[in-house]
Design a binder for this molecule. Sequence first.
Ligand SMILES: [Zn+2]
Length: 200
Amino acid sequence: MFSGGLDSTAVLVRLLTESNDELRVHHIRMANREGRADAEQRAVESIVSWCQARYRPFRYSESGLDFSDLNAIPIDYLSVAFVACQVAIDTPGCGRIAVGTLARDLDEIKRSVCASQRRVFSAIYECYRARKVGEPSVEWVYPVYALTKPQIAAILPPELRAMTWSCRRPARIADGFRPCGICKPCRARTDIAAALAISA
Ligand SMILES: [Zn+2]
């Protein structure tokens, strides 16, 4: 499951370079009133073509969820669980789902988020299994779980790192998008850049 951010890009690079697994990379165009979908989409397209050319070919697909008319911001990990299930069913022989979740400093909270996400997935997946489709078991894997943000940033080639998108509330400018600089992922990115002495 690929968002175009630092973490899932690091997952993609690891799976492409450290495994021979046949990959299906899926991006959810997640529209909500924060308006990050277009900026993310641009990042995703650049990263996918760069990685396909640089590393090895892989299957890529997208789907869309549009919540932009809602005031509430839906919980991303629930949307990811729901879509991951449809993608697993749609991928013959799919036995693993990789996500870019990091443990960071909130280890216990992150662990419970991962467990909740798998629980949501299992409930939906069982409905498909009842229709005799899908593999008997699907495992969730977390290839960058133990890494810190600066470690994540450091394993990405600088050119690729510059293509990733983190901001939740970007502003549209003439030639693309500008990060807001104040949302949580923007602040994290500034901290990483400072830690690595690179540009955010
Ligand atoms: Zn931001």
